[in-house]
Design a protein around this ligand. Structure first.
Ligand code: F6R
Length: 229
């Protein structure tokens, strides 16, 4: 709810906000809350973090489908203002097109992020350059395993994706990261209290001066000085 409120505040402040959206299980509650707020996103522009390579927009496990089904179709977002990398065409073409759109309409006013168990943000897996722009990436075994729950078999999870790079993410004016559950606790502690390193991509957020991190108590449980509840 807190995350949805931060996004609502951004839209109230600037109705034409450019918002960077994330997918995944953690975000479902955010989209539910935003739908319930009956807020108009009509004048906003959306850029999603990532998309699987090999899944066309109509595929039920694509992030295009996720966003339409969970959010865009419910809040009056004109299709022409919703941008997600195209996983169904030649990746080089999709990347160039996405970069051009970001250049034309950016910077992103508010970027929403989830967090991978391995510290990934977007699909920037451990080892990703902090200087990366939109690019093709190979998903780590941890990410494939975590996302297998949305597919019939883990072998169905695409091995590659297009993702905004860390440099793209850091160019957003404001960042809001949401993490929930014990599975994220180690990555959260590393992101906030660890040494900045490409082995934990989320530590790159230490370079940004306007990041809000929203955690439940389980995700915060490995932070120093955080009493378990
Ligand atoms: C999704 C994305 C990922 C997820 C992360 C957490 O667009 O970029 O970084 O935010 O994998 O996913 P969940 O919420 O399913 O644990």
């Amino acid at each position: 709810m807190h995350t949805a409120t931060l996004i609502a505040e951004q839209v109230h402040l600037k109705s034409s906000s450019v918002i960077g959206w994330a997918t995944g299980g953690t975000m479902l509650g955010v989209y539910r809350s935003l739908r319930d707020m009956n807020l108009s996103f009509q004048h906003t522009r959306a850029f999603n973090l990532d998309e699987y390579i090999g899944l066309p927009a109509a595929h039920p496990q694509s992030y295009h489908h996720y966003m339409r089904h969970n959010f865009f179709d419910h809040v009056g977002m004109p299709e022409a203002q919703c941008h997600i990398p195209d996983g169904g065409c030649d990746p080089e073409h999709a990347i160039a097109k996405y970069e051009a759109l970001l250049a034309a309409h950016g910077p992103i006013d508010l970027q929403l992020l989830g967090l991978g168990k391995n510290g990934h943000i977007g699909f920037n897996e451990p080892g990703a350059s902090f200087n990366g722009t939109v690019h093709k990436t190979v998903l780590s075994p941890t990410t494939i395993e975590a996302n297998a729950r949305y597919f019939e078999a883990s072998t169905d999870v695409p091995r590659e994706a297009i993702t905004m790079g860390i440099k793209t993410i850091l160019s957003a004016r404001k960042i809001v990261l949401l993490a929930c559950g014990h599975a994220k606790a180690d990555a959260v502690a590393e992101m906030i209290e660890g040494v900045m390193s490409i082995t934990c991509p989320a530590t790159a957020l230490q370079l940004h001066d306007d990041v809000t991190i929203v955690l439940d108590s389980a995700a915060a449980s490995e932070l120093q000085g955080c009493e378990p509840s």
